[in-house]
Design a protein around this ligand. Sequence first.
Ligand code: C2E
Ligand code: MG
Ligand code: MG
Length: 640
Amino acid sequence: MTHSSFRYGMADAEQASLRHRLLRRPWFLPEGRRLSEEVWQQRHFGLTLLLWAHLPVLYAFALFRDLTPVNAAVQVGVLLVPAVGASLPSLSRNVRSASASLGLVIGASVLVHLSGGSIEAHFQFFVILAFLTLYQAWLPFLLALLYVVGEHGVVGALDPKLVYNNPSAMAHPWRYAAIHGGFVLAASAANVLSWRLTEQESLRDGLTGMPNRVALLDTLDRTLQSRGRRSTAVLFIDLDNFKDANDAFGHQVGDELLIALSRRLGRQLRFGDELARLGGDEFAIVLTDLTTEDEAKAIGERLLVCLQDEILIGDFHLAAYASIGLAFAEEGMSAADLLRNADLAMYEAKRDGGNRLCEYRPSLHTAALRRTELEVELRSALELGQFVLHYQPIFDVANHELVGSEALVRWQHPTRGLLAPAEFITAAEQSGLIIALGAWVIRTACLQTACWQAEYPELRKLTVAVNLSPRQLVDRALIGTVAEALHDSKLSASSLCLEITEGSIIKDFEQTLPVLNALRTLGVSLALDDFGTGYSSLSYLKQLPVDTVKIDRSFVGDLGTNNPNSQIVTAIIELAHALGMSVTAEGAETSSQLESLKAMRSDHAQGFLLGRPMSTQMFTEALTTTDRFAVAVPVPRGTS
Ligand code: C2E
Ligand code: MG
Ligand code: MG
């Protein structure tokens, strides 16, 4: 695939890399973090203010030292140029900080001149050096050093009394200028060292000792500025199911695994690439000086393979799988943008099942924006009461009697109309809103069913089935939510059935089993929804505390067409009955399907033939008609 960022050839890449090497800062000068614009502005403002404050103070001191007002103004006036330079917003950051730094050092030398070269006045230089650390750059220190040596040497030679007050220094101004320079250098080094050490500590990940997210963004920022965007890429690595390993083997093993894996990743890097731990089980690598796109992909693939090699931690043999996102830098892209793109690509790799490398494409960003918008909209939808429940009737197959309903949520969207769960349930799960939405569904379904039961005494056993999402099953508050809904609605627990899917239980069997048991202790029944589409593990089925198996509509749809699914449905029904469970067949659309279900001894059926999901009002109306859900009476095939 050709990518716009790789249109240049080998020669360009070599040139870029050569330019980078030439422009690279000398090794002995500290690099440091580039301050954010906001922080720099604040600090620069403070230092500029300090510089301006020197003017009246030094002027007053000059008068105190018996200088004439004009002479004092001339002496102190030299500070005006750097002070104005530091205050001009049109100048670049470097020029303004250099002006302020030089101004402050000149201020210190004016103090020395005015005090007749007194040694005490020299201390002011060291105070200024400490202040210059605020810029977190080496240039101010370098300027201070050059100024001190030059000024002491030149002025010391022309008028020694202005800078020195001992005879030896006056006799050898340059020698003493070098000595002063030596002290300034030592003080600068101490300041730089303390700034860099503190900074490094805050840029390191505590567990692995490698750079953290802030450090990575810094490096990336610098790389994008110095090396051009076209040969830079980011790999975003997230371990698959690390949480499971952590839970299963303990945090100690989890930590050791992370350390071992980070070393492994580190060994795959080329010279100049930077690996960072972003937090948890997330890592990122900045790849620089790439010559082709394929080079980055090959590195990503190599990482996937190297992680899978078995690793021995304590007594455990572990292997790691990861989802990796790859994004290439493009013109005008910031470090944060590039990292975010790689992150989006990583999520795509996760969605595709993990253990793979995915490359960023712009549609991922649009989709992510849509998801975020949807999440925001969902949140307000709940507050504004835009969700409604529709109820689909469930019938006894043998005698066509209504036994209950399944509550199905819909979103009455102000502009898009009535939305089906497929449009928003996933987003609600991802954002965690499903907990609040699910609680509302449980409560509303219980209140409505209790209402129907009270209104129609012959329906006092009417049940309601509510779908639970996987996320609700691991929510500690679920039991309380269900108990409260039952209590407040006065619905008997046996009238409530909670539908769960196999996937949500099997994924975290150990954790969900006690929840299921607790729900049953409350007296509610449990149904296994969409049976046949997931694992359909028979051994699990035996262990699960469920009362009902709901056969997925994909099996029911083929009934009566000589399809092998007929045998599967028969087998599921027999198995469920053998385990003491009842069976509800979903998606009965034709009377012949219903006949087949009857012949196979399915207990209950639900489907468009018998009744579509309908609003509370429609459901109530159907209840009031004398034949109650007229459609429930089998009608000739094809007329549903
Ligand atoms: P489900 O629990 O399997 O619900 C049955 C779905 O099948 C419903 O779709 C229903 O309209 C549809 N259906 C019923 N009979 C027939 C039929 O004869 N033919 C066809 N083609 N379809 C039929 P719906 O309402 O769009 O719901 C889809 C899924 O959304 C549900 O599948 C359930 O998994 C989920 N869902 C619905 N409400 C909730 C809720 O409150 N919470 C959660 N977590 N999930 C919900
Ligand atoms: Mg269901
Ligand atoms: Mg279902």
